[in-house]
Structures are given as C-alpha cells and as structure tokens.
Design a protein around this ligand. Structure first.
Ligand code: ATP
Length: 237
C-alpha cells in the first residue's frame, strides 16, 4: 500500500527554487534513499514532507489524506517524524527528558524509553546525562529515539552520518538495521552512496531540485547514481 505520495512538489527559499516538480511514492515498509550533491534539494524536500517547510505548489498525500496544508505538529500526530539535519536536541536537558518530551506528541503506540534503550544500547548508561555532553553518535541516537517516541508510520532521516566518525556511523546504522529490516517505512538522506544502496530498497537522485534518477537499489550501480548525481545522464532502472 502506498503510504506517501508526493506530486509535482515545488519549494523555494526566497527567489531560489530548491525543489522543482518532484513526484515520488513510497510503499508501506519501504526504505527510500534520497541522494544528490550538496544543494540538490534533499533537505528541503524532506522538510516539505514533514511540514517544516511550506511547498509553493504540489501535493503531499499521507495514508490516503492530503496533508499539504497541515503544519508539522499535525503531521507528527498522523505519524510523520523528521530527524533533522544537525539533530536539534535540547542540549541542556537529559537524554530521558529529550525522549519524554517527544512522547505524546505523536501517535499512540509501543515505543517507550525502554524500547529506545534496547534499540540504541549505547544510550542506556547515558539516560540521565545532559544531551549536550554526549558524543555525536550518541546524540544522533537520541535524535532518532526522539522521533521513534512519536510512534511514526514514516521516519524521515536527514543525514544521520553527518559529522560522525566512521565508527559512530556504523554504530548508528547497526541500530537502524533492525528498524529498517523490521518493516519501518523510511526516507533517508545519505551522502555515502555505497551505504545508501546497501540499506535502501529504492534510490532517488535529485539534481538541482529535480528527480533525475529513480530505481530499485539492487538494480542500481554506484556508477549509475554518480552519473545522475553530476547530471551526466538521466535514468530509470
Ligand atoms: P546538503 O547536502 O548541502 O544539505 P541538500 O540537497 O539537502 O544539500 P537543500 O539544503 O535542500 O539541499 O538546499 C537546496 C537549495 O536551497 C540550495 O541551493 C541551498 O543553498 C538553498 N537553501 C537551503 N536552505 C536555505 C535557506 N534557509 N535559505 C536560503 N537558501 C537555502
């Protein structure tokens, strides 16, 4: 079943058009990797899906309802959770309080502090530490945990690897593996193409705000995506 449908979406930052006529659909349980060069419009598109950035044209349909006009908090209530670039935690609050602050903002469901700790075991000893004192990888785990506490039906992950050491990135993805393999529906922005192709079911490449490649990850080579990435060829696998 299609859970998310984006149709002919445009978005701007002032005079600059960052997203141009983007259409894509996502089935429940699917992981879609959004790739593209810096400035291609990935973050803006993700924020439009979450309701954090207003689209200037087009439509976002979620679980059968047109949510284009809904503000971000109403989309969270319907099950769309964004893990933003840069994480945006409450640095002075404890990990537990950051997580609790998200509970109740989303849907009813079975995500609890305990389940987040089981998913990200590296957080268990840090539950009462200030979020701002954690390592980058631990902070990223809190940011994902906070999104999970809203019991999302769709998880939007914006560059979870950004600024993390390779070891920390591996740890975060190792924890995500159970979620990704366990039927979660995810759109992830990932700079590391090899990793994107490994974890996703489908890959969409943006170039200057437009979709220039879409294909099943298993049928897509790194070379195909790189060509689309730099505008050398448009393709569809
Ligand atoms: P990155 O990988 O660098 O995060 P991205 O693919 O996520 O890039 P966006 O961040 O969506 O791309 O940016 C798309 C375009 O919009 C870029 O040209 C960027 O400079 C511009 N842009 C993004 N945010 C703003 C803003 N707040 N104000 C003005 N322009 C912006």
């Amino acid at each position: 079943m299609t859970i998310l449908s984006v149709e002919a979406l445009d978005a701007r930052h002032g005079l600059l058009q960052a997203v141009r006529g983007v259409s894509l659909a996502l089935a429940e349980g699917e992981t879609l990797a959004l790739v593209g060069a810096n400035g291609a419009g990935k973050t803006t598109l993700l924020r439009c899906i979450a309701g954090a950035h207003r689209a200037t044209a087009g439509r976002v349909t979620f679980a059968g309802d047109d949510v284009t006009a809904l503000p971000a908090h109403r989309r969270v209530q319907r099950g769309i959770a964004l893990v933003p670039e840069g994480r945006r935690l409450f640095a002075g609050m404890t990990v537990a309080d950051n997580l609790r602050a998200a509970a109740g903002r989303g849907r009813a469901g079975n995500w609890t502090l305990e389940r987040v700790m089981a998913t990200f075991p590296q957080l268990a000893p840090k539950l009462h530490a200030r979020a701002g004192d954690l390592s980058g990888g631990q902070q990223q785990a809190v940011a994902i945990g906070r999104a999970l506490m809203t019991n999302p039906r769709l998880l939007l992950l914006d560059e979870v690897s950004l600024g993390l050491s390779p070891v920390a990135v591996d740890a975060v993805y190792e924890s995500l593996r159970a979620l990704l393999g366990g039927g979660a529906t995810v759109v992830l922005v990932e700079q590391d193409l090899a990793r994107a192709l490994r974890v996703a079911d489908r890959v969409v490449c943006l170039l200057e705000g437009r979709v220039v490649y879409t294909g099943a990850a298993r049928d897509t080579t790194r070379e195909q995506v790189m060509a689309a990435y730099f505008g050398l060829r448009e393709g569809r696998a």
